[in-house]
Write a protein that binds this ligand. Structure first.
Ligand code: GLA
Length: 419
């Protein structure tokens, strides 16, 4: 595949790429719609659904990108300058948001550009952070072209591979890692969505065979091993989840208006993280029914994250699966971010032998379901879920052909020197 892509690169840009940047996708295992409430999220980088970018740094400010995944009407080739104003093409904005944040962080007026060919296997709109992967790939490319620390080129290796996450445990490397995922998070604000930093963290700091637990208030994280007896499978509904136009902001508004009301009684309350179930019940009458439900989700979800980690540690997979199901029901009934297809997929998944539990993943309103599955039953599970979903009478022909993949947990972004 590499040699074919390198040929495409030469044809498109007339030179050879010097780097191959591999950026994983991410899946939230549990702790959904939690990051912007300062809560905890357990997620993993997925190494087998990734974005490969072949990159050649340039000496001028031009950026030329060719994507092998976009159709002709989606502008698969785009050329611009690192100084240009915002374009109306959505995917280009993800790149521009990263450029704007990099320029701000490093206080650079002029940035060197790069030529890039993208070949991605991350389903777009699947809730697996395909857009954050593009943002983080751009940041890594900018680092290769312009340097991350005082203009040096330490992240542009002249041989071998640099896995950003494992480059070093020293304070400087850790600081850079944090700077990177925070730039990714601010890029989201630049292009108009309002997520937290968790997706960018999972993609950058991911560790093979581990899940990452992020503390979204402290902006810190720790690793937790994934037991070898189980694995995760992501099942795509085929319904596109669109981050920019979703109801995401409305859900946040109702929950935050409930938080503000509780804060009137408890000045220590800054976010949903500080609200206990007891407080929620005590002030229930002051909240509208909607506000109550919207705030109940992050409170119960916080409890589930820790119960889930405990269950994995004890290898109590039945309990862990049940907690995933409860998350799904909370997202369906309290936070109301599922859709019919997600509910159908979840129900079908938990009916298949070897599946301990399942829930929708990501922002919602489409995208994927994640299922906790017995290692030994995973192949059977994948074929059964695909067959039963695609032949379900309520699934529209448009969404038939949906796929499922094992989510193999892997390391964060890798920068490979290729010549
Ligand atoms: C989107 C956002 C994330 C997170 C999830 C929901 O993916 O980008 O920051 O809020 O939704 O958990």
């Amino acid at each position: 595949m590499d040699s074919k892509n390198i040929e495409f690169f030469k044809e498109a840009f007339g030179v050879e790429p010097t780097y191959k940047i591999v950026t994983p996708s991410r899946v939230n295992i549990i702790g959904e719609h939690s990051d912007y409430f300062d809560n905890f999220v357990l997620s993993a980088a997925i190494e087998n659904l990734n974005m490969k970018a072949y990159v050649k740094p340039r000496e001028d400010d031009r950026i030329r990108i060719l994507s092998l995944n976009l159709k002709d009407n989606e502008k698969p080739f785009f050329e611009f300058s690192t100084k240009d104003d915002r374009y109306k093409v959505q995917w280009v904005q993800y790149v521009q948001g990263a450029i704007a944040m990099y320029a701000e962080e490093y206080k650079r007026r002029s940035l060197k550009g790069f030529d890039m060919l993208i070949d991605s296997s991350i389903p777009v709109g699947g809730g697996l952070s395909s857009s954050s992967a593009l943002t983080m790939t751009t940041l890594a490319s900018l680092g290769v072209a312009n340097g991350f620390t005082n203009g040096s080129t330490d992240y542009a290796p002249e041989q071998g591979v640099t896995i950003i996450n494992t480059k070093g445990d020293d304070a400087e490397s850790q600081d850079l890692l944090k700077k990177l995922f925070m730039m990714g998070c601010w890029a989201e604000y630049w292009y108009g969505t309002r997520g937290g930093f968790n997706d960018h963290l999972a993609i950058t700091a991911g560790k093979k065979l581990h899940a990452t637990l992020s503390d979204n208030r402290e902006k810190s994280y720790q690793y937790s091993p994934i037991p070898e007896e189980i694995t995760f499978v992501v099942c795509n509904t085929g319904v596109m989840h669109n981050q920019l136009f979703s109801e995401y902001d409305n859900r946040k508004k109702s929950a935050f208006s409930a938080i503000n009301k509780i804060e009137q009684h408890h000045s220590e309350v800054q976010n949903a993280r500080d609200v206990t179930s007891e407080m929620l019940e005590k002030y229930k009458d002051e909240l509208s029914e909607l506000e109550y439900k919207r705030l109940r989700h992050p409170i119960t979800e916080r409890e589930r994250v820790f119960a889930f980690m405990e269950a994995l540690k004890d290898k109590n997979f039945t309990k862990a699966g049940e907690l995933l199901n409860q998350t799904h029901y909370s997202l369906r009934d309290d936070y109301e971010v599922t859709c019919d297809e997600l509910n159908i997929m979840q129900e079908l998944a938990i009916g298949i032998e070897g599946c301990y539990g399942a829930r929708m993943v990501g922002g919602g309103f489409g995208g994927c379901v994640i299922a906790l599955v017995d290692q030994e039953k995973k192949s059977d599970f994948v074929s059964k879920i695909v067959d039963s979903y695609n032949s379900h009478p309520n699934i529209l022909p448009l969404n038939i052909g949906s796929q499922a993949w094992e989510a193999v947990s892997g390391d964060g972004i890798k920068i490979n020197f290729i010549g």
